[in-house]
Design a protein around this ligand. Structure first.
Ligand code: AMP
Ligand code: MG
Length: 408
């Protein structure tokens, strides 16, 4: 345990990634696979397209027959068939013949191209072609997208809606992906009251369980809100004991600071959670605790609502993504120009809640208001975190800063 020294943001991220392992693969139904990461290559069992088909509504022809076609020199071909999508033509096209064909329909044998309907005119079973076509024009060839036996998607691919559709097209309905982590969330604090409960004197709303459950709902995880616990060693220990037996990631908010009733770290120790670090040189979210026990990891997040959410996005979310095998772990970073100056004291990395937008060819960013670690209003108005380096004290307007885009 790096005890009592605040480590850098970079060091904290490194230690978290180093101590968080990818979970074991599991079989996942394709319809539930969005967001997972493939744990093996998917090999195509088929050719795609399955058969050569038309890319346009028009007429399947022999391109040779259309060679001399022009606006003032229509070539007349006999329409000997019609192929709709879903049909399978059982005839063969001969010289001087055409078959009416719809987009996606299989091309009859003998045809080597399709003339778009726009360049034709049909009357009494004869189609006049007004333009020549090249061999292969307007055809989608069997296997041009992927051939049977080729790798369709590689192990490590993150599954989007499009990739799930692609796998479905191959006729595969189960995939192997790294399983999702189980997250147990516990919030501590004598003062906390749920939004559906009466607010007594001195009490405040428990917002951490709301923001964190919402943030978790966007990740590939199975999360359980264990509940709110009072600042009593026995209560906290009992709740955490149960939680740690079930979860891969234990998230606890509050009680990790230096107050008289901050028992959480002591209880972590008692439960066999080995501390890796406590305290990061940053604002907000300085008193962050990270530890592990076997293959599970534990985050002790500071109680202040803005602190716990910043720590979630900067540290917890990357760990969750690591567990499911994602390679891109962190919030998307881009460079933006400051619209307003920023002043701060040196020594700590600051994550300011900001709003970034593109104007002209550049991104511009500004703070969304007062930045106290207890203040959610500026967070509510933000779409990014502005990263102000540790030693910076004054950044004038127009300075280039890094911003981390928040998930929507
Ligand atoms: P702690 O880290 O327990 O010292 O808490 C720091 C500050 O955050 C205190 O002002 C707490 O009242 C507040 N706080 C702790 N937990 C929550 C929570 N779940 N929701 C809102 N505020 C909280
Ligand atoms: Mg507390």
């Amino acid at each position: 345990m790096i005890e009592n020294i605040a480590i850098s943001v970079e060091e904290a991220k490194r230690l978290i990634i180093e101590n968080t392992k990818i979970l074991e693969p599991a079989e996942i139904p394709l319809t539930e696979a969005k967001g997972y990461v493939l744990a093996e290559d998917i090999i195509s069992p088929v050719n795609l397209p399955f058969f050569t088909n038309s890319a346009m509504d028009g007429y399947a022809v022999k391109s040779m027959d259309t060679k001399r076609a022009g606006e003032s020199n229509h070539v007349a071909l006999k329409v000997t068939g019609i192929v709709r999508a879903g049909d399978f033509p059982d005839f063969i096209l001969s010289d001087g013949e055409a078959a009416k064909i719809m987009t996606g329909a299989p091309v009859p044998k003998g045809a080597d191209s399709v003339v778009m309907v726009e360049y034709t005119e049909e009357e009494d079973g004869i189609v006049k072609v007004k333009r020549p076509v090249n061999p292969g024009e307007n055809l989608r060839y069997e296997g041009e997208e992927i051939k049977q036996g080729e790798i369709a998607l590689e192990s490590g691919t993150h599954l989007t809606s499009a990739s799930i559709g692609f796998v479905a097209e191959l006729g595969i309905n189960k995939i192997k992906a790294y399983r999702k982590p189980k997250i147990a969330l516990v919030v501590t604090g004598e003062e906390l009251v749920g939004t559906d409960e009466e607010l007594g004197p001195g009490k405040i709303r428990d917002t951490n369980s709301v923001t964190l459950q919402s943030a978790l709902s966007q990740e590939v995880v199975e999360s359980k809100f264990i509940g709110r616990v009072r600042d009593e060693v026995f209560d906290i220990e009992e709740k955490l004991k149960k939680a740690i037996l079930w979860c891969d990631v234990l998230l606890v908010t509050g009680g990790v600071s230096v107050g008289d009733y901050d028992y959480v770290k002591e209880i972590f120790k008692k439960l066999g959670i080995e501390g890796i670090f406590w305290r990061v040189s940053q604002r907000p979210g300085g008193p962050l605790f990270f530890g592990k026990r076997g293959n599970s990891v534990t985050f002790g997040l500071p109680g202040n609502p803005a602190s716990s959410l910043v720590c979630f996005y900067e540290y917890v979310r990357p760990a969750l993504r690591r567990m499911i095998g994602r390679r891109d772990l962190f919030l998307l970073e881009l460079e933006a120009l400051l619209s307003e100056e920023i002043k701060k004291s040196p020594g700590k990395t600051n994550f300011l809640r900001g709003y970034v937008e593109k104007k002209g060819g550049s991104f511009y960013v500004k703070s969304t208001g007062t930045q106290g670690s207890h203040i959610l209003k500026s967070f509510a108005l933000s779409n990014c975190l502005i990263v102000v380096p540790k030693d910076a004290t004054h950044l004038p307007p127009g300075s280039t800063v890094k911003v981390h885009l928040l998930p929507e």
